[in-house]
Design a protein. Structure first.
Length: 440
């Protein structure tokens, strides 16, 4: 019998996932349904393929949602994280397996017993970060432990960046994923473990351009701790590691500039501004005045990198109008980022991941670095879309073919899941390069 796959969401990260699923549908006689509130967007991703269809849906509409979920064998949700729970509840109700690229939250955990009782598989955190980071890290960790090694330090870095050949702005950054997530990144601060002690950083402390790591072939990038690393220590079974940090990579100038955006309160979310008819320049003037800062006079060129960064975002732009109604400074910042830091048609983005692990084995200390670099094709088939979408697509295929048999609520940290997914990712050019050195 033909299998039915349902994908909720046709946004930036969905392109390569849908391409992969449609390709597999042709081979396996499956059908792919792509559901989004923007029908034209969904249609642009299915491209009229005979075994794919696009449908329009408001995911909050329970009747429409139920009809779609009831009719399929497996569901993949690329919706905003807050909406996954609506889909998850229906998947439990109708006995359907579910995959997401998002972090497992308390809502999803509340369904754990029902998922287990119905022998379903809910596989979360199966994108890039979280996703490929878990799989590649656990493969390394298990290999070291199986050979008798004891891990003392684990640092995992990941960043969605712009490829050097498309880097043409003072932020050294372009948007290849959900712009809301870009402006929200780091808001909750970070928790991690450093040299045996838990550390906590507030939002204002995160963006320090002096925290650097070196990427082979790329050079130095800055990193900031990502969310709550501590919750993964037990999942990774690394309780004995003195250092455990999961991070986000950025260009050092990005971190320096973002810290100043925070200081200027351009990331605040109180809705102070009536933006209809307001240009970006007018917004910056009003905001500077509100915060008690002097609006910088326009010059032909400023030696101040941060002024250059603000100028790129529209500091002196009189012709780009916001027209978003009542907004917060953060809403306007998001608007500016979407306008000014968008990938152009032939721009290429770049994904970088680096695991840095130190471990003891037979009374000797070793360090291993394992890194991944993936570049996109253009502004549609991005490295971000590829690395978020392909793990989901591969896992879905393996589940439908009975090659992944696990049930329950999981993230991909067990060999039965990560080994076959990583193996196929290598065929798509997503592979890691390792270097091991003797430290002492």
């Amino acid at each position: 019998m033909s299998k039915q796959i349902l994908v909720f969401g046709a946004g930036k990260s969905a392109t390569c996932l849908i391409d992969y699923l449609i390709s597999e549908a042709g081979i396996n006689d499956w059908t792919v349904t792509v559901a989004d509130n923007n029908l034209a967007l969904a249609q642009s991703k299915t491209t009229g393929h005979p075994q794919a269809r696009a449908v329009s849906i408001e995911v909050q509409n329970e009747v429409e949602r139920n009809q779609l979920i009831q009719a399929v064998d497996i569901v993949i949700s690329l919706l905003p994280p807050a909406l996954h729970f609506l889909v998850a509840k229906d998947c439990v109700l109708f006995g359907k397996n579910l995959l997401t690229a998002s972090y497992t939250d308390d809502n999803m955990r509340s369904l754990q017993k029902e998922i287990e009782n119905k022998k379903l598989l809910f596989l979360c955190e199966t994108g890039l970060d979280p996703g490929i980071d878990h799989m590649s890290a656990m493969q390394l960790i298990h290999r070291i432990q199986d050979n008798g090694g004891s891990i003392s330090s684990f640092i995992s870095h990941c960043g969605g960046l712009v490829a050097p050949e498309s880097d043409d702005n003072p932020w050294h950054y372009k948007i290849s994923w959900n712009p809301r997530n870009v402006v929200m990144a780091g808001k909750a601060g970070a928790l991690y473990k450093l040299e045996g002690k838990p550390k906590q950083l507030q939002y204002q402390q995160l963006f320090d351009e002096s925290r650097l790591t070196n990427i082979p072939g790329i050079g130095s990038l800055a990193w900031y701790p990502n969310r709550d690393s501590l919750e993964y220590i037990q999942l990774y079974k690394l309780d004995t590691a003195a250092t455990f940090i999961r991070t986000t990579l950025r260009n050092p100038q990005f971190c320096a500039g973002w810290r100043k955006l925070i200081d200027l309160k351009l990331t605040d979310d109180e809705k102070y501004y009536e933006t209809d008819g307001m240009s970006l320049q007018a917004f910056f003037k009003i905001h500077f005045d509100r915060q008690g800062y002097k609006y910088p006079a326009e010059k032909k060129s400023s030696p101040d990198v941060f002024i250059q960064q603000l100028e790129w975002l529209g500091l002196y732009d009189k012709t780009t109008f916001i027209n978003k109604g009542r907004c917060s400074a953060m809403d306007v910042l998001q608007f500016a980022l979407e306008k000014k830091l968008a990938l152009k048609t032939n721009d290429r983005d770049m994904i970088i991941m680096l695991h840095e692990i130190e471990y003891m084995q037979q009374d000797k200390k070793y360090g291993i670095k394992s890194h991944l670099i993936v570049k996109g094709e253009d502004n549609s088939r991005t490295a971000m879309a590829k690395t978020v979408g392909l793990p989901l697509g591969i896992a879905a295929r393996l589940i439908l073919q009975g090659k992944i048999k696990e049930t329950g609520l999981h993230i991909p940290v067990i060999p039965a899941i990560y080994e076959p997914v990583l193996k196929e990712l290598q065929q798509h050019g997503i592979s890691f390069h390792e270097n091991t050195v003797l430290i002492q």
